[in-house]
Design a protein around this ligand. Structure first.
Ligand code: FAD
Length: 339
């Protein structure tokens, strides 16, 4: 790879790209600010948040409130909605001017898009879809853990010679940080100059999808291929116990559940207190998404299903035999009677 825009010796500080939509921060950006703060403390360096948009000063305050030392705000009407050209232009110019050592982005659709474009433009490496971040003890290099070879192995990747060291990180890996007692960070506004070629795409309509709160849910009801598409009783159970509905990739690929509800390596990582997992085999690519649950109740007709190795309570039975009485029992316990 040809040389990046600045040298290792010139690079300094940790940056987090803070993604927002209509002024509302992406959860993964907050999670990265939390982990970024920990890494910056470990390395004895500065944490900078960078926010692009139009009317995003309140979002900047939120980034400052969770411990960013600097918040760089780039505001322009053309940045109100994400477009690759405009965002990549503004961020690449800032990176080349201020030379961060590490640059972290959320592995959201926009974060992935921007990270790829930036890595090429900045001539640096990108560890995509990380499931953990750390610093190497003796070198201070960013360690990005990700999965490779179809999810079969974990790889820890470093970028020793090019800067910035870039990584995208999956939502739900790190806990969102609590606000600091007395925020000390500074917020600075950056002048934005966009050329015509940076505004080739005009967003005419911006449709917002409500994201299910899987990464923050305390309770989950998760279905897999064993449901054979009958998610109605799972939704009923979820409603009764105040849970979010999640699914394995098989259930999503079959079109039984929306893609946003997929749990696992290519879905989301969750941290519920309680997860019911019904008719899921327990493939590693799925279980990485529920392994942080406090309590997993697995229901599977096959007593040798790998899911039982990840469960606290194992029920070897058909979903159809377990779920209706369970729902009835919960209803009865609450004085709600089933006809
Ligand atoms: C690169 C890569 C990334 C991937 N990412 C993900 C990901 O993010 N999330 C994900 O989930 N998968 C992912 N996968 C797919 C993963 O490997 C598995 O194929 C998938 O998780 C299997 O889904 P499943 O367990 O629901 O389905 P199946 O493998 O079909 O298992 C169904 C289970 O239901 C049980 N069952 C059947 N009928 C009943 C019944 N009536 N009652 C009770 N139990 C019953 C069976 O015993 C079986 O264990 C990925 C794969 C690759 C290669």
């Amino acid at each position: 790879m040809s040389a990046s825009g600045y040298t290792v010796a010139e690079a300094n500080g940790i940056w987090v790209f803070v993604e927002q939509d209509g002024g509302v921060l992406e959860g993964v950006s907050l999670e990265l600010l939390g982990r970024g703060r920990e890494l910056a403390n470990q390395a004895g360096t500065i944490l900078t948040a960078i926010i692009l948009g139009d009317g995003v000063l309140a979002a900047a305050e939120t980034a400052r409130a969770v411990g960013a030392d600097f918040v760089l705000v780039a505001e322009h009407p053309a940045l109100a909605t994400y477009t690759t050209d405009a965002y990549a232009r503004v961020v690449a110019d800032l990176v080349l001017e201020r030379k961060p050592d590490i640059f972290l982005l959320g592995a959201t659709p926009n974060g992935r898009d921007l990270a790829g474009r930036l890595a090429v433009r900045l001539r640096t490496g990108l560890t995509a879809d990380c499931t953990w971040l750390d610093l190497e003890a003796d070198t201070g290099l960013l360690l990005g853990r990700t999965t490779g070879f179809g999810g079969g192995v974990y790889a820890t990747i470093t970028c020793p010679k090019h800067r910035p060291q870039m990584a995208t990180v999956r939502p739900g890996i790190f806990r969102p940080p609590a606000p600091v007692d007395q925020p000390w960070g500074l917020i600075g506004t950056i002048p934005v100059h966009l050329a015509r070629r940076d505004q080739r795409v005009v967003v005419e309509e911006h449709i917002r999808h409500e994201q299910p709160g899987l990464t923050t849910a305390e309770r989950l009801v998760v279905g897999g291929g064993g449901t054979r598409g009958d998610f109605a009783p799972l939704r009923e159970l979820a409603e009764l116990i105040g849970a979010e509905v999640g699914a394995t990739r098989v259930a999503v690929d079959q079109g039984w559940v929306e893609r946003e509800r997929q749990i696992g390596q290519t879905g989301v990582v969750t941290h519920p207190k309680l997860a019911f997992v019904l008719g899921a085999s327990g493939a590693m690519q799925f279980t990485v998404g529920i392994d942080a649950a406090d309590c997993v109740v697995a229901i599977n007709a096959d007593r040798d299903a790998p899911i039982f190795e990840h469960a606290d309570y194992c029920i070897v039975d058909e979903i159809g035999s377990v779920l209706p009485p369970l729902i009835e029992h919960i209803r009865a316990g609450r004085g709600v009677h089933v006809k």
